[in-house]
Design a binder for this molecule. Structure first.
Ligand SMILES: [Ca+2]
Ligand SMILES: [Ca+2]
Ligand SMILES: [Ca+2]
Ligand SMILES: [Ca+2]
Length: 266
């Protein structure tokens, strides 16, 4: 059971890794992807991709635009890319009024025309991420990050339409996980970790003190690892908290720059 919880925690992260890998395929663009439900971001920003001065580019020189840039007052505010040349936008990047600072990025990893991940940036660093890990067009994982290390997550593990798991991290290493096992919207099982090892579990009891169960090291399973915001390997191997600040989270390098693009009419 304990190990089951541990593997559950890491399983969605493996999903993210698969998503990122899937993106590595190729890049065309006419249709803008749908946003999944459950996103907590400001969707007004999507207007940045409309109007303005649009430039369309043809990255694979097949005579069809697969790349679109939208400028306002001479500054770049939106880039849309069709990475697999199927006519649907797969990556959209939004920029602040300076035309350089990235604000938000949307990815459609499985090329079905629906956004699967939204990443929010502050000062060039990814600070928040929303994922639809099972591709049902509903966000099920909300992630908060600092210096590319996990800080906090909320997850809808059962894909029932509401949060049932809350996790808290210290420099990417889990310290507490709360689960709503009986599906009443409130956590009723709280796991406490020390140095990544499960130490104690509290079971909530209606109208009474929680039952606390100490977890002996021999049944605690393997220690959790440091988790990064972008799924990349943690600094220092990831088995202990990072002792120094890791490189700040850079924008995912989803090869947003077409090689030798040829301009075509928007
Ligand atoms: Ca596409
Ligand atoms: Ca999708
Ligand atoms: Ca989902
Ligand atoms: Ca509950």
């Amino acid at each position: 059971m304990l190990r089951g919880m541990s593997s559950l925690r890491q399983s969605w992260w493996v999903v993210l890794g698969v998503l990122v890998t899937a993106c590595g395929g190729q890049a065309k663009n006419t249709k803008v992807p749908e946003l999944p439900s459950g996103s907590r971001g400001d969707i007004a920003i999507r207007e940045q991709c409309e109007g303005g001065e649009a430039r369309a580019l043809d990255a694979n020189a097949d005579g069809r635009a697969d790349w679109r840039q939208v400028y306002r007052d001479g500054r770049l505010r939106c880039v849309q890319a069709d990475l697999n040349f199927d006519g649907k936008v797969d990556v959209t990047r939004f920029f602040a009024s300076d035309g350089e600072s990235i604000l938000r990025e949307e990815h459609d990893f499985d090329f079905d025309g629906k956004v699967d991940q939204i990443t929010y940036y502050e000062n060039g660093e990814a600070v928040r991420r929303e994922l639809d890990t099972n591709f049902d067009n509903r966000i099920d994982t909300w992630v908060w990050c600092r210096s590319n290390l996990l800080e906090r997550t909320e997850r809808d593990r059962r894909h029932g339409g509401r949060t049932d798991t809350w996790e808290f991290f210290n420099q990417g290493l889990i310290v507490e996980a709360r689960y709503d096992e009986n599906n009443d919207g409130e956590p009723d099982r709280i796991e406490h970790f020390e140095n990544g090892l499960l130490k104690r579990i509290e079971f909530a009891r209606p109208g009474g003190e929680p039952i606390v169960e100490e977890v002996p090291p021999e049944v605690a399973g393997r220690p959790e690892r440091v988790l990064t915001c972008d799924g990349s390997p943690a600094p220092g191997g990831g088995s202990t908290p990072a002792s120094e600040a890791p490189p700040s989270g850079e924008a995912p390098s989803s090869s947003l720059a077409p090689s030798q693009p040829q301009e075509v009419s928007p």
